[in-house]
Design a binder for this molecule. Structure first.
Ligand SMILES: Cc1cc2nc3c(=O)[nH]c(=O)nc-3n(C[C@H](O)[C@H](O)[C@H](O)COP(=O)(O)OP(=O)(O)OC[C@H]3O[C@@H](n4cnc5c(N)ncnc54)[C@H](O)[C@@H]3O)c2cc1C
Length: 468
């Protein structure tokens, strides 16, 4: 048995940074990784997908050459081997960077293998038992594969296996019309595949406001993706070299066919084979590790950070978890999960930048609110770029004047949203942003304009007429 001051399980977004801080404070740290260093974001999530999105965007712009006044000299064809090589190069840099930095970290040792608790203070890796009074779990998650009749009889792809694709699927069926499914769907359509998205709900990305879902469905449809809403997958089977999906739906064909199938129906935490029961660490009904506001589990001396605690599902939430734990443990700075404001992006083109509450959440909260919205068609920067899909919407509390939330669906929406997000962190009244002088021509210059033209958030027309 080897004793350590701290053990970090998993090298996702929180683990490596925390290991560096702990080792830097003089502690002896064991770091355990069973797969690829850097975890999901670096190897099968953000970095590779956004690199692929960039290739898809370039192909899209090249095809629109005539709109900008140039010709490409023929059809734009994508070489998937080169697209994959570019993705591998970019992701590989990050992966090797994390590995190198951890293996050269002073006061620490890296163990490569699957970690399992054998007691609240002991973790087994291979044949070794490591002991510590402080154990940090950063094991992340993986694609959740639903139980669908026939799925075990066909070859299907997940976000992980999509990383090995170096060919163009003739027709990609995507099961799941949310963030991951839409990013892959649009990207493969732009690479040249036929794409059908199958979503069980009545609209895409159901967590977003209906106007966002409609706008996203609109521009994806105009790019030639087929979107099947309210369609429940009843089963899949192989017919010749095709995958056949049977659907329970009110509209459209009850059977669709494609050459490949991507399952994008959500994520599940990697907590099932971690020996948590031997440590007495509690999980919830969806297998996420239960943590308090400072990311402590129910067992003293064990913390859970990142996707495995169910308090966030993003690289920045995992990184923020690291900051919270490090601040509380090493800096005497009392930071909590509840201090953060929900924020994320969807990397379709145009992207969706989100901060705070949706309009639906504001309505549900029952507070008096104001709303401002502008179409990207009316944003000069978007018009100049020839990228006018989407809109920007901001919600404000009528009484406190604080910004409650925003959805920026449009070119640079993923960047411009930070103006609003930072004002929310500053708890500044919206009038501060309204009076700010922003740079022309930018997407952000219209934030003061939107805030200068707020109107009361009224009940939806359907509810007004029902009440009347
Ligand atoms: C396709 C896709 C696109 C995404 N795009 C974005 C995006 O654009 N922006 C964004 O913010 N987020 C995005 N995400 C989410 C983001 O990748 C994750 O939220 C992020 O990686 C946080 O992960 P983590 O720190 O919890 O752990 P992870 O990155 O999942 O890492 C966990 C690590 O723990 C290791 N591990 C697991 N179990 C054990 C064990 N028992 N023993 C030893 N090691 C173990 C794993 O091998 C892995 O390396 C995306 C995700 C996907 C799937």
């Amino acid at each position: 048995m080897t004793d350590y001051d701290s053990i970090v399980i998993g090298t996702g977004q929180a683990g490596p940074a925390l290991a560096r801080r702990l080792a830097g404070s003089g502690m002896q740290v064991a770091i355990i990784e069973r797969g690829r260093f850097g975890g999901t974001c670096v190897n099968t999530g953000c970095t590779p997908t956004k690199t692929l999105v960039a290739s898809a965007y370039a192909a899209h712009v090249a095809r629109r050459g005539a709109d900008y006044g140039f010709a490409t000299g023929g059809d734009v064809r994508v070489d998937m081997k080169r697209v994959k090589a570019r993705k591998d190069y970019v992701a590989g840099l990050s992966n090797r960077g994390v590995e190198r930095s951890l293996k050269s970290l002073e006061n620490s040792r890296v163990y490569e293998g699957h970690a399992r608790f054998v007691s609240p203070r002991e973790v087994q890796v291979g044949t070794e038992i490591l002991r510590s009074d402080r154990i940090f779990i950063n094991v992340g998650g993986r694609a959740a594969v639903p139980e669908i009749p026939g799925l075990d009889q066909v070859e299907y792809l997940t976000n992980s296996t999509m990383m090995d694709v170096d060919f163009l699927p003739r027709h990609l069926l995507v099961l799941g019309g949310s963030y991951i499914g839409l990013e892959f769907g649009q990207m493969y359509r732009r690479f040249g595949s036929e794409v059908t998205i199958v979503e069980i709900g009545p609209r895409l990305i159901p967590r977003e406001d209906a106007d966002v879902s409609e706008a996203v469905a609109g521009f994806l449809g105009r790019e030639g993706l087929t979107i099947r809403l309210g369609a429940k997958c009843l089963g899949v089977s192989k017919r010749g070299d095709e995958i056949v999906m049977r659907l329970d739906c009110r509209e459209g064909a009850a059977e669709i066919r494609g050459s490949h199938l991507l399952i994008a129906t959500g994520r599940r935490p990697n907590t099932d084979d971690l020996g948590l029961e031997r440590a007495g660490v509690k999980t919830d009904s969806r297998d996420f590790i239960v943590v308090d506001n400072e990311l402590r589990t129910n067992v003293p001396g064990i913390w859970a950070l990142g996707d495995c605690n169910g308090r966030g599902a993003f690289t920045h939430t995992s990184w923020n978890d690291f900051e919270i734990v490090a601040a509380n443990l090493l800096d005497g700075d009392h930071r909590r999960v509840s201090d953060r404001i929900p924020a994320y992006a969807l990397y379709t083109d145009p992207p969706l930048g989100r901060a705070g509450m949706t309009e639906a959440e504001v309505r549900k909260s029952g507070r008096r609110a104001l709303v401002g919205k502008i179409a990207m068609e009316d944003v000069s920067r978007a018009f100049e770029k020839g990228e006018t899909e989407g809109f920007m919407k901001i919600l404000v509390d009528t009484d406190t004047k604080e910004i409650l939330g925003a959805s920026f669906l449009g070119t640079s929406g993923d960047e411009a949203i930070h103006c609003v997000l930072d004002a929310m962190y500053a708890k500044a009244p919206y009038t501060v942003l309204q009076r700010a002088m922003h740079i022309h021509p930018t997407v952000s210059e219209f934030i003061p304009t939107i805030l200068g033209d707020l109107a009361p958030l009224r009940e939806p027309a359907s509810q007004r007429s029902a009440a009347a």
